[in-house]
Design a protein around this ligand. Structure first.
Ligand SMILES: Cc1ncc(COP(=O)(O)O)c(C=O)c1O
Length: 359
């Protein structure tokens, strides 16, 4: 198989161990004579995988007892509407730090109009920073944040002390750093960055925040439906859950979330140091808000014309997925958990080579 340096933003590089375990399970699941996609999701062997996957989440993130862990379908985008459906009573507050945050807010606004409040936005500088000065209405049912802004390369690095229930979209930084789950009412995300493949969505929810809206919630959109049936009210996406299970086992083997964090800090420092040193490139995000997962940079002043030339060199050197999102331009290297340090080193070398070519 061809070797590449995969910097895709998600779907993205996954641990080889998880991919190989997936291939084996596709051929035959636990000596059953059937593929994992042919078995009954009500079988004992499958129930064991569900149980183990939940236990891994609980162990890796130290999730308190009074939280439920759910595996749903519909991606993080469905959570944009499930959150207001389940938590909105009188008012909700949103922090707009990028396109995904904006989309989450749009769903709450679409459902509940002006009672969905945007407390701050960084749209004025194309989401290159995380707003810090704003007031959260004390009577809000919840405050919604996006902890990592995949497109713009900014990240909220700490768990906020929030006066109201804190809800976080952690699609692109879950399992990359230790998180104090007890500071959140609900955490959700699509799996396809750090915890597996598209098709399964994780939700971690503190049970006491549910059941307070006084409204009918469509069955499939009601968290309590899925809590009651252990995420098997309807047929679960077995293959994505299996890949999630194997990815979490790999995270555990790397020293858990603390181990991942240490490696992520090292990888990000390597690349940011080069961006800051190299005269051809410049970073786009505010330094204090720089993401450990998505590293965005553009050509420095005077080198704008050279963007295509660098892209071509990077391609030749085996880099995949470094083109910045179309709304930002430039470059984005997504260095999720499974992206090896050697790939980051290869990209740094390529940037140095390019600088030499131009001097
Ligand atoms: C932070 C964030 N939230 C939400 C989404 C949307 O996720 P999904 O495609 O699972 O709906 C993405 C996708 O990249 C994302 O990065």
């Amino acid at each position: 198989m061809k070797t590449v340096h995969n910097f895709n933003a998600g779907p993205c590089v996954l641990p080889k161990e998880a991919i190989n375990a997936g291939i084996e399970a596709l051929k035959e699941f636990k000596g059953s004579g059937m593929s994992v996609v042919e078995i009954s999701h009500r079988s004992k062997d499958w129930e064991a995988v569900m149980g183990e996957t939940e236990a891994l989440w609980r162990e890796l993130l130290n999730i308190p007892e009074n939280y439920k862990v759910l595996f749903l379908s519909g991606g993080a985008s469905t959570q944009f509407l499930m959150v207001p459906f389940n938590l909105f009573h009188k008012k909700a507050a949103y922090l707009e730090t990028g396109v995904w945050a904006k989309k989450a807010y749009a769903e709450a606004k679409g459902l509940f109009g002006e009672a969905a409040v945007k407390v701050a936005s960084s749209a004025d500088r194309n989401y290159t920073y995380v707003p810090k000065q704003y007031d959260i209405p004390k009577d809000a049912d919840y405050f919604h944040i996006t902890t990592n802004n995949t497109i713009y390369g900014t990240e909220i690095h700490k768990d906020y002390d929030c006066p109201v229930t804190l809800v976080a979209d952690m699609s692109s930084d879950i399992m990359s750093r230790p998180v104090d789950v007890s500071k959140y009412g609900l955490i959700y995300g699509g799996a396809q960055k750090n915890v597996g493949t598209a098709g399964v969505t994780f939700v971690i929810v503190r049970e006491d925040i549910l059941g307070k809206t006084g409204r009918y919630i469509p069955t499939m959109l009601d968290y309590t439906t899925h809590i009651k049936d252990g995420s098997m009210f309807n047929t679960p996406p077995v293959f994505p859950i299996l890949i999630m299970n194997e990815t979490l086992k790999w995270v555990k083997a790397q020293g858990g979330v603390a181990g991942m964090y240490k490696k992520n800090v090292e990888k990000a420092a390597l690349l940011y140091n080069e961006i800051d040193r190299n005269k051809v490139f410049t970073g786009t995000a505010e330094k204090e808000d720089r993401s450990l997962m998505n590293i965005c940079f553009v050509m420095n002043k005077g080198y704008e014309e050279k963007e295509e030339a660098f892209m071509n060199l990077a391609k030749e050197r085996g880099m995949v997925g470094i083109k910045g999102h179309r709304s930002v331009g430039g470059f984005r290297a997504s260095v999720y958990n499974a992206c090896p340090k050697s790939s980051v080193e290869a990209l740094v070398k390529c940037m140095q080579e390019f600088e030499k070519m131009l001097s």
